[in-house]
Design a binder for this molecule. Structure first.
Ligand SMILES: Cc1cc2nc3c(=O)[nH]c(=O)nc-3n(C[C@H](O)[C@H](O)[C@H](O)COP(=O)(O)OP(=O)(O)OC[C@H]3O[C@@H](n4cnc5c(N)ncnc54)[C@H](O)[C@@H]3O)c2cc1C
Length: 492
């Protein structure tokens, strides 16, 4: 067998989670090997939406402008009865969200993945190998040795950590004998993507049509494309719905004949599951390998990329001598964040996936009454905070998302401050040596365009300073010296 390859981290799976993680690790100086069994990017319809936080992460990776150029935005996401009444409305989703980018960005997943892979090509510490099929691992003196089937035989890769970002069926998860908890959602849908020739004939907003006769999704995608999804009825199979003439019949009510061309189609089973353990020693799980959500909130890929952001800075810190127990906080922080998001997606799914006419009538009556009574607000969705982990105890803002303020001329804060952890505040400054933490006084001229917004944020939280982690979640607020001490005590 050929020589063993050595690296800091082996990532199995070059989907959006694996490539994002690999990019962040490589930028942090870790030698990172990313392998995928497929020869190319997954071609079938999947994510159509990413949120403002993910755009901010793409900004850190230097590709946000390129991705934004391919995105479209919709102002609303409506759940309608078969008669067109509003059951649920999420409004203002095209406005700038806390991440400093539009709250919702409609995308074409393969285009996003291609942009990420091109960025990865430019990172010398990042090695991508396609058509490499990960098979098994064994532990070996402070490392994990993986066996991988490659086109001309077999290779071994020795890494300090092995991350399974290998999707819903995750062979790494199976090999590590980690079970999934099933949260109880199981529906089959046909998903089709279309190339658009006449956008004026298509809806400008995102829609869930809660029609028991055929629950249907119709949403924008990245420029030039539109998405429909149709729920399968209990007696239907994928083979019943996939033929083009059946799809043409399903699209008839949308009156889009001549306005679109069918590009791709697939039938998926939408599930909700969470892995019971996201870490087992040197093995970690991320993305769909760690959690699965029905797609109604457009958050599966987003959650995987958040995993990457959380895990990357901790693996980098461990490589610089932080205690490796900080990796245990990856699950405690991220699981508490992803579970409410999956619950929201299940609530949305349970609203739309009702095929029984009597149950649909009862749903309509109850939700229309709730809306009329004003108990169903129309705003954009806000994400939950992280669970307990690396944050200052007793600080109420710890674990919440730190917003990216945008200056009047459109400049974004992160572009000025760069990656890594920041301590920003009145009287902050004087970064100690031998730490990657950047300490910045609010009075520094480069913060002038953001000063009043940062000042308002600190005043609202009754603090002189905030310490923001590399993943842009708040470590703590308070006096600059105590924040710095607490951070440095963790050897981060
Ligand atoms: C219809 C639909 C709509 C969706 N809409 C949205 C949306 O709007 N927004 C959103 O955020 N998410 C959405 N999602 C979810 C999103 O597509 C996934 O969450 C996302 O692709 C997961 O990324 P990942 O990198 O974790 O896994 P994947 O993209 O599944 O990547 C895993 C990779 O691992 C590789 N692999 C597997 N086994 C091996 C092995 N043995 N060796 C090497 N490589 C291996 C696979 O080839 C694959 O490339 C949607 C999903 C579906 C199905």
């Amino acid at each position: 067998m050929a020589e063993v390859i050595d690296c800091d981290v082996l990532v199995v799976g070059a989907g959006p989670t694996g490539v994002t993680l690999g990019l962040l690790l490589a930028r942090g100086g870790l030698t990172t090997f990313v392998v995928d069994k497929a020869p190319d990017i997954y071609p079938l319809p999947r994510a159509a939406h990413i949120d403002h936080e993910i755009m901010r992460l793409l900004q850190e990776l230097g590709v946000a402008a390129q991705v934004a150029a391919t995105c479209r935005t919709a102002s609303r996401y409506d759940f309608l009865t078969a008669r067109g009444e509003i059951l649920l409305r999420f409004e203002g989703i095209d406005r700038v969200g806390p991440g400093g980018w539009p709250a919702s960005n409609m995308i074409h997943q393969p285009s996003l993945e291609a942009i990420l892979r091109t960025a990865a090509d430019k990172q010398p510490q990042f090695q991508l190998r396609t058509s490499w099929n990960w098979k098994s691992y064994r532990s070996d003196a402070g490392a994990v040795v993986s066996t991988i089937a490659v086109p001309d035989g077999e290779r071994e890769v020795r890494s300090k950590y092995l991350v399974g970002a290998d999707g819903a069926r995750s062979p790494v998860r199976t090999a590590a004998e980690i079970e999934m908890e099933d949260l109880g959602f199981d529906e089959e849908w046909l998903v089709i993507d279309a190339l658009v020739h006449d956008a004026e004939r298509l809806p400008e907003v995102n829609l869930q049509i809660c029609d028991p006769d055929r629950p249907t999704t119709c949403v924008l995608m990245g420029s030039g494309r539109h998405r429909w999804e149709f729920m399968l009825k209990p007696h239907e199979t994928a083979d019943d719905l996939l033929p083009d003439d059946v799809i043409a019949r399903l699209l008839k009510p949308w009156n889009v004949d001549g306005a679109i061309t069918l590009e791709r189609k697939a039938v998926y089973r939408f599930n909700a599951k969470v892995a019971k353990h996201w870490r087992k020693g040197r093995i970690l799980l991320a993305g769909d390998a760690a959690h699965l959500t029905p797609p109604f909130a457009g958050q599966g890929l987003c959650s995987g990329m958040r995993d990457a952001a959380n895990l990357a800075w901790k693996l980098i810190a461990v490589s610089r001598n932080a205690d490796d127990s900080i990796l245990d906080t990856y699950q405690t922080e991220r699981e508490a964040h992803v579970r409410p998001i999956i619950s929201l997606a299940m609530m949305m799914g349970r609203t739309v996936c009702i095929a029984d006419p009597a149950a649909a009538r009862a749903r309509d009556e109850q939700m229309l009454a709730a809306r009329a009574a004003g108990s169903a607000p129309d705003g954009a969705v806000s994400n939950p905070p992280l669970g307990p982990g690396i944050m200052m105890l007793g600080c109420s803002e710890a674990g919440s998302y730190f917003p990216q303020v945008v200056a009047a001329d459109g400049t974004r804060l992160d572009d000025i401050l760069g990656s890594g952890a920041w301590l920003i505040g009145r009287g902050a400054g004087g970064t100690p040596r031998r730490t990657a933490l950047k300490s910045i006084d609010l009075a520094e001229p480069r913060l002038a365009p953001f000063g009043s917004q940062l000042d308002t944020w600190l005043a609202k939280h009754n603090a002189d300073a905030v310490l923001v982690r590399p993943d842009r979640y708040v470590f703590g607020t308070g006096a600059p010296e105590s924040l710095m001490r607490a951070w440095l005590d963790l050897a981060l």
